[in-house]
Design a protein around this ligand. Structure first.
Ligand code: HEC
Length: 275
């Protein structure tokens, strides 16, 4: 090989290598990982969890305890799932699988925070309102003004009078009473757009500022969804919640997580490390 050709090859390799480091997703074998259980919450909205006669966690919440602090046990959730599937909290129909684990991983670089979800989406749902997307995966990030932002993940966006709740207006989306959420959503339908949205007085699936990107794939019955969003800043501890719509479910018929945190190079439920 002539010298010039050799240096061309070397240059190509070099470009490939730097290009890879700048753009490729992180090395997930080195990223922090935590199993988070998602569950069918029935109609247990913010109003329900905040009502003492319904929920004995109400007083603890006021004192600053987290949902996870009371409800996560031995790597799972201590809920009475029969109660969550019963008429009081689920008047329409509960899914066959009331809860399942989602492996959540996180890593960051100078520009982005990467979040990867791996899960087996269950069938046997009671609502098939989304004909286009078999599965949707959503991550919500409350700002600090959201009620119970650091304790309750998505809960402050979920209300008694939002669509698909009993007797509610079918046009009313989830909303907040104070503060706002940023959200990103991946949907499995062909050509579906990645949502980069917000929840304020209503939910909007675009116009958010996360710079959200997502890629998803299915192998056997396991979905892997990798989200990229702007790095919120090194040292930040970012509260988040996850929702999965499986088996063509829509509206409130999703499985949701309680509220967790990602520490960006800092301690959190999940500590994202720099790559
Ligand atoms: C101080 C502890 C505590 C906190 C904090 C707490 N809970 Fe509970 N929660 C309980 C207890 C105890 C029960 C079961 C008895 C009851 O409902 O009164 C319960 C029941 C529930 C149920 C009904 C299912 C069942 O097992 O009875 C749901 C849903 C629920 N909690 C959601 C939440 C959410 C969401 C949060 C955070 C916004 C939260 N809880 C915070 C203690 C807590």
């Amino acid at each position: 090989m002539k010298k010039s050709t050799l240096s061309m090859v070397a240059l190509g390799l070099l470009l490939g290598a730097t290009g890879g480091a700048a753009w490729a997703a992180p090395d997930w074998t080195k990223a922090a990982k935590r199993d988070i259980t998602v569950f069918h919450p029935g109609t247990a909205a913010m109003e329900w969890v905040g009502k003492k006669s319904d929920h004995s966690g109400t007083a603890g919440l006021k004192k600053g305890e987290t949902c996870v602090g009371c409800h996560e046990e031995k790597g799972g959730l201590n809920f009475n799932f029969k109660r969550l599937a019963d008429k009081e909290l689920e008047p329409v129909g509960a899914p066959k699988t009331m809860n399942y684990p989602v492996a959540v991983q996180a890593a960051y670089d100078a520009s982005n925070l990467y979040i990867r979800l791996t899960f087996k989406a269950p069938t046997g749902g009671a609502n098939k309102g989304d004909k286009t997307n078999e599965v949707k995966a959503t991550v919500l990030f409350p700002d600090e003004k959201v009620q119970l932002a650091a304790q309750a993940g998505c809960w402050a966006s979920c209300h008694n009078d939002a669509r698909t709740m009993p007797g509610a207006d079918e046009k009313k989306t989830k909303y907040t009473k104070e503060g706002s959420y940023q959200l990103m959503q991946w949907a499995s339908g062909k050509g579906a757009k990645v949502a980069d949205g917000t929840v304020t007085t209503e939910r909007k699936m675009e116009g958010g500022s996360l710079g959200a990107k997502a890629e998803g794939s299915k192998a056997g019955d396991t979905y892997t969804v990798t989200f990229t969003r702007k790095n919120p800043g090194e040292g930040k501890v970012v509260p988040f919640g996850v929702a999965i719509h499986a088996d063509n479910a829509s509206g409130r018929f999703h499985h949701v997580s309680l509220g967790y945190t990602i520490g960006v190079g800092a301690d959190g439920d999940l500590k994202a490390s720099k790559q």
